[in-house]
Structure formats: C-alpha cells, structure tokens
Design a protein around this ligand. Structure first.
Ligand SMILES: NC(=O)c1ccc[n+]([C@@H]2O[C@H](COP(=O)([O-])OP(=O)(O)OC[C@H]3O[C@@H](n4cnc5c(N)ncnc54)[C@H](O)[C@@H]3O)[C@@H](O)[C@H]2O)c1
Length: 266
C-alpha cells in the first residue's frame, strides 16, 4: 500500500544552504546537525575554528549532508564577509542564516555594570546578528524559501536582573529582527526562538544560580526539565523549512513552558 501524502515533506531541507554561527558546540551544533539531517548543506561559523571543523566532519559523517566548519569572529566584518563568501562558493548560494552566537556574564550586582560591558553584550548578541544578516541578504534574496532565525533568549522577555546586559541586548535583538522581518516583507522570513535553560558551557560560564536548575525540575513547571540542544534545533527546523512558510516576524518561546519567574517567587 502506498501513502502518497508525506506530511514530513515540508520539513525537508534539501536544496537549502545554511550558515550557523556559534555552531561548534551545544545549541548551535544541535541546530547544524538537525538541519543537515533534514538534507541541508551547512557551514558552521565559530570562533573555535578547529572545533568547527571537527563538529562539521562528525555531522557530515552522521547525516551524509555536506557540512563545513570555519573559524569566524562574528564581531569582525572581515570574518563575516569571508565566511559568507566561502559558503556561497562551496554551496552555490545561501538560503538560510542562523544567528546563534550570544551570551554574556552574570552581574551579581546589577547596579555596577560598566558601559563597556553593556556595549560588549550589544556587540556580541545584537550587532553581530545585524551584520551577518546584511552580509547574507543579497544571497538570501536569490534563494527559495529564504529565512533568518535567531537564537534569542527567554531572558529578553522577563526581568533579567542578574544578566541585565545580556537580557537587554537580547531584547534589542528581538526588536531588531521583527523590524527586519517587516523591512524584508514577502522576501525573506525572519523569526527568533526565545530559548529557555539549556545546560551548556555558555550557561555555566554565565555563572547563573544552580538553584534555578533544580527549580526547573519542579513538578509545577509545565515540562519539568531543562532543555536539550535538540529541543531548540527542532524549532529551528520548523522555522527554516517550508513547513513554516506562513510564519515571519515572530518571537517563539521554546523554554519548557514553565514560568521561571513564578517558580523563583519573584
Ligand atoms: N544555553 C542556554 O540556556 C541559553 C538560553 C537562552 C539563550 N541561549 C542562546 O543560545 C545561543 C547558544 O548558546 P549556548 O549555550 O549553546 O552557547 P555556548 O557558549 O555553549 O556556545 C556558543 C558558541 O559560540 C561561539 N562564539 C562565541 N563568541 C563568538 C564570536 N564572537 N564569533 C563566533 N563564534 C562565537 C563559541 O565558540 C561557542 O562555540 C546563544 O545565543 C545564547 O545566548 C542559550
């Protein structure tokens, strides 16, 4: 018996060429793996050049899709131009950009954040995504189903008192990307995933309160666990594939459904 209707066909990424920034590890690597597993060609662009190549080689072996890695600092225009040029040369075009780089330190005393720290958070989380998007734009405009998806943060949508610089920069990213979605209406879809707690090196380096992890397992939390890179990657697959062809300008929470604020009693 044949089944002519394939509901998964709209999730196939064959013919798509993707850049994933910060894809050498954790959430970014999970996104690269999932999109390659759906048939996309993927370029990982990460500060860690060697690790990018190792991760890309492992993904290519696992998925059979072309996956390359390249050293790139997304806060440097020369590096951005080099990685976009390389991806277009290797893949023959570019349909999809995942702006995944981000993070920032915890500030236990939110009254003592320097201008430099605020500016650095903005440079890494916000300006880099703008520069990457603009560098990719001429190629996205030539592609089928072009889209940009950003690794946003749930902390941009709730009080982020101990990660103020980071939360502020991620909130700016949301506003910037909704604006870009409107500027590129009917040409390129632009969406953001507001990510909840995924236990990664970046999360650990931010020095967030370990008690939050326990609270996220609380039975009152809607899902009752922290996230895995795959939880985020599956949302990214939907937002980059033709399955979300009618979705743009959105900030979509993928955070376990729970109210961290309520659980913290704040
Ligand atoms: N982990 C979480 O709980 C969580 C929650 C909300 C949002 N996010 C967001 O998800 C994204 C990924 O988070 P993660 O936890 O996997 O981070 P991570 O720190 O584990 O990985 C980030 C990657 O980005 C790379 N990178 C850092 N600076 C770079 C630069 N200037 N240029 C190029 N590459 C650079 C790093 O080398 C690393 O491979 C970030 O934007 C983060 O803000 C994460």
């Amino acid at each position: 018996m044949t089944h002519p209707f394939d509901a998964f066909a709209d999730f196939h990424m064959g013919g798509h060429s993707v850049i994933v920034t910060g894809g050498a590890q954790n959430i970014g690597a999970g996104i690269a793996r999932t999109l390659a597993g759906a048939g996309a060609q993927v370029m990982i662009a990460d500060l860690q050049g060697d690790k990018s190549q190792e991760t890309a080689a492992a993904i290519e072996a696992e998925t059979g899709s072309r996956c390359l890695g390249m050293g790139c600092d997304v806060t440097r225009s020369e590096d951005i131009d080099a990685v976009v040029t390389a991806a277009v040369a290797e893949f023959g075009g570019l349909s999809t950009l995942i702006n995944n780089v981000g993070w920032g330190p915890r500030h236990p005393d939110p009254t003592a954040i320097s201008d430099d720290e605020l500016i650095e958070a903005y440079r890494l989380n916000t300006i880099s995504a703008y520069r990457m998007t603009m560098a990719c734009l001429p190629h996205l405009l030539e592609a089928e189903n072009p889209s940009v998806v950003n690794s946003g943060s749930f902390s941009s949508a709730v009080p982020a008192y101990d990660i103020l610089a980071y939360g502020t920069a991620k909130a700016a990213l949301n506003q910037m990307m909704v604006s870009i979605a409107h500027m590129l209406a009917q040409k390129v879809r632009v969406n953001s995933v507001l990510i909840g707690t995924v236990l990664t090196e970046g999360y650990a380096a931010a020095g967030l309160d370990p008690a939050i992890q326990e609270k996220l397992k609380h039975p009152d939390n809607l899902i009752g666990r922290t996230g895995q890179p795959r939880d985020i990657a599956n949302a990214m697959l939907w937002l980059t594939s033709p399955a979300s062809a009618w979705v743009s300008g959105q900030t979509i929470k993928v955070h376990g459904g729970g109210s961290v604020v309520r659980l913290l009693g704040k």
